[in-house]
Structure formats: structure tokens, C-alpha cells
Design a protein around this ligand. Structure first.
Ligand SMILES: C[S@@+](CC[C@H](N)C(=O)[O-])C[C@H]1O[C@@H](n2cnc3c(N)ncnc32)[C@H](O)[C@@H]1O
Length: 394
């Protein structure tokens, strides 16, 4: 049995055989990304024209086998275009269960548009995402800095002043009051109350609206009442936090005192501490097919593979679904983008790539570089990117 417990691995194998080898070794992975042949007949490096049910017959056992390799909190991401999306979705619902559907990303692969027939020029494809068990998976998040760099049009978050308190760094964005007038003293009575703050001591108290403890009145406390509600028959907006939460967690609130003397007023903001991260949106636009091609070119392998995914796309998915040290699997590895991105982010990987010969369009230039199969290209890319890995034929 092969010892897959350490290092990165390229398995030169049919996907089914490669997955079997991982099963035999008792290997589990936190994340799977695959970019299977799309069944469109438009790619030139490999042969992918299959009838739809033949395509599903190929994919279905692989997906079932892949599910068994995922850890309980593992996720699978599948790149797919519109041609095959519906069949794949139904099959994934059957194998993983509809409750484990996490989302469907739109990846803008080519904003210029690719004209393939009479329809509109294609600009995007999808990344269908399922969990082995959605109850074990938290929100998909990304590093704000990376997302803004890769996708400035999707993540243009305003620069916020970073402040510090005894618990560390934070930024503020929203006031504590709930701007939605639907939440008020009728619909959320436990969230309608007065908040009192003592600027000198930092103490915080709460009370029923308009019932400031006489002991507190005039002793340096500043009070915030719930905001007036403009809806007929209502008096107040609710806060976003309950009274119990304000009393317990007020260290996560910023109190700003405005004005002087009897005209003092209080504004209350919630502190955001995980501001280096943000929730992923289901749109990836920036890293494109062209950027994927350029990356291969920079590694001296330009023109040998038509549709490499950009490493930025994989980096975002890998960082959202795994932690450093976790293991990522791609059993349709192609040019090996997943391996390069996994290594760059400190994750371990398994790549499986069939020993498929280059098509006639690319076999000439590939042969000049000593590359005869797509698996040779996968290995060449990893070497060019200085990614350490072991190889195995199975
Ligand atoms: C769309 S490409 C993947 C491209 C890859 N994501 C990248 O960034 O370069 C699909 C790959 O799956 C490979 N493939 C097709 N059938 C396979 C099989 N049964 N087992 C393993 N690999 C297979 C093809 O040779 C091709 O390299």
C-alpha cells in the first residue's frame, strides 16, 4: 500500500483507478475540486465528445466514490458549463442529497464572450458546490485583501479606519439600531430598551424605555433611546442586539458621545473584529481563462493546453474550504492548476490525470518539449512552478 500520508502526489491514472488507490490507503481529503471534460466537443487537447448519458455514466460512479473520500466537513467544487449543469445538479442531488447543496458559483471565464453557435456569446461557467454534510460546514469566507486584489469589481469594500481596544483590532460599520422598521416594539419587544453609558468609567447599563434609574440620572451617564419609527402606530426601531446581549457583550460595542452638557447624545456601533475576512460571493470575476493561459505561458508551457483554470480561482476556493495543512484532491487535473494553487496556499494535494495523449493540434509542440501525455504536462507544470511532488502510475 502506498504511503500517501505525506507530501503531494500526482497519480498518472484513470480517475476511477486513482480514487480506488486513495480508498485503499484510507486517505481522506478536506476538499475536492474537479473540472471534468464538459462534453461540448470544443476543446482541442483531449477528446470529450460523449453523448449526455454516456457522460453521466462516466461521472456518476466517480462522484459517488469521491464523496466517500471527503472528511465529514469536506466540500466538493465542480466546474461545469451550462451544457451539462442540469444533469450534473440532479445527479449530485441524488448522490450528496439536496440538503448538502452549498451553492453554485458563476465564474466569468471570458468577458469578451465566446461565440460558439447562434446563441449569445458565452462569458461564464459554473462551479457547483456540495458538502458531504452541510451541517458540519461553516460560512465560506475569503481574505479581504486577496479578494480585493483578484476581483476589484466584485469586492470593492470601503477602506475603514482600524481601531484598537483591549481585545485587539476592530473596525466599525453599522450602528446598533436595526434600520429595518419591521423590527420594532411589537415584533421584537426584547430588543427595544434604553442603553446608558458612562464615558468616564466605560460602564454600561440598560433599562426599559424612558425609565432611567434615578440613581443614574445626572451622574455622568449618557443615554441612547431606540430610534423613532416612522410607521403609523409604532414608536421605535428595535436594536440589533437583545438586552441580555448588550449587557453581556458591550465590549464589542463602540460608544460615541456627541455634544456637550445636557445636549450630549450617544451613538452606538457594533465592532467587527474579523475584518480581514469577508463572506464569499457566488461570483468570480477577474481571474479568467486568459489569465490561466498566461500563467502556463510564464512557466514555459504556453499553447499546450487550451483551458487551464487560473490559479487565483482555485486559491479563493481552497482558502474558503480548507486550512493550511489540509489536503485537496483533483481527479481531472489537466495542467495541474489545483496542485500549484494548493501548494501556494500551504495545502497538500493529490492530482489524478489520465495518461491521455495530446490531440493532433498540440502533440507537435508538446513533443518538442518531451511531453507525450497530458499527465506529462501536469508534471512539467508542477516542476516549472517548483512544487515538490511524488508520482505514481496506477
Ligand atoms: C477540463 S480539463 C481540466 C483542466 C484543469 N482544471 C486545469 O486547470 O488545467 C479535464 C482533464 O481531465 C482529464 N481526464 C478526462 N477523463 C479522465 C479520466 N477518466 N481520468 C482522469 N483524467 C481524465 C483530461 O485529460 C483533461 O486533462
Amino acid at each position: 500500500m502506498d504511503d500517501f500520508r505525506e507530501g503531494n502526489w500526482l497519480l498518472r491514472a484513470d480517475a476511477a483507478a486513482g480514487l480506488r488507490a486513495l480508498h485503499r490507503a484510507g486517505q481522506q481529503v478536506k476538499m475536492i475540486y474537479i473540472d471534468p471534460p464538459y462534453n461540448t466537443g470544443n476543446t482541442f487537447a483531449y477528446h470529450d465528445r460523449r453523448a449526455k448519458d454516456e457522460w453521466l455514466a462516466m461521472m456518476s460512479p466517480l462522484l459517488a466514490s469521491a464523496r466517500e473520500l471527503l472528511t465529514a466537513d469536506g466540500l466538493i467544487f465542480i466546474s461545469i458549463d451550462f451544457n451539462q449543469l442540469c444533469e450534473l445538479k440532479l445527479e449530485m442531488d441524488r448522490i450528496f442529497g439536496t440538503a448538502n447543496l452549498i451553492g453554485n458559483f458563476v465564474w466569468v471565464s471570458n468577458l469578451k464572450g465566446r461565440q460558439l453557435g447562434a446563441g449569445p456569446a458565452g462569458t461564464h461557467e459554473y462551479i457547483l458546490t456540495y458538502a458531504r454534510d452541510a451541517t458540519q460546514v461553516g460560512q465560506l469566507r475569503g481574505r479581504t485583501e486577496l479578494l480585493q486584489k483578484l476581483m476589484p469589481t466584485v469586492y470593492h469594500l470601503p477602506q475603514r479606519q482600524v481601531k484598537h481596544d483591549a481585545r485587539g483590532a476592530y473596525v466599525t460599520k453599522n450602528e446598533l439600531y436595526n434600520t429595518n422598521s419591521k423590527f420594532n416594539e411589537v415584533t421584537a419587544p426584547s430588543m427595544v430598551f434604553d442603553i446608558h453609558y458612562h464615558p468616564q468609567t466605560g460602564a454600561v447599563r440598560t433599562s426599559e424605555v424612558g425609565t432611567l434609574d434615578p440613581e443614574l440620572a445626572g451622574a455622568g451617564w449618557v443615554s441612547a433611546h431606540p430610534h423613532p419609527n416612522a410607521k403609523p402606530g409604532l414608536k421605535f426601531h428595535a436594536w440589533r442586539w437583545s438586552r441580555a446581549k448588550v449587557e453581556r457583550d458591550y465590549a464589542d460595542l463602540e460608544f460615541q458621545v456627541h455634544g456637550r452638557g445636557t445636549h450630549r447624545s450617544l451613538k452606538i456601533y457594533t465592532k467587527i473584529r474579523d475584518f480581514h475576512e469577508t463572506a464569499l460571493k457566488d461570483l468570480v470575476m477577474g481571474p479568467s481563462t486568459i489569465s490561466g493561459q498566461r500563467e502556463l505561458q510564464r512557466l514555459g508551457l504556453g499553447g499546450l493546453f487550451e483551458t487551464p483554470k487560473p490559479t487565483g480561482l482555485l486559491q479563493v476556493l481552497i482558502e474558503a474550504a480548507t486550512s493550511p495543512g489540509d489536503t485537496v484532491l483533483d481527479f481531472f487535473a489537466g495542467s495541474g492548476t489545483t496542485g500549484q494553487a494548493a501548494h501556494a496556499t500551504g495545502r497538500r494535494f493529490f492530482l489524478i490525470q489520465l495518461e491521455e495523449p495530446f490531440s493532433s493540434a498540440t502533440s507537435g509542440p508538446a513533443g518538442e518539449q518531451g511531453l507525450h501525455t497530458i499527465a506529462d504536462l501536469t508534471a512539467a507544470r508542477l516542476r516549472a512552478a517548483e512544487v515538490p511532488f511524488h508520482e505514481l502510475r496506477c
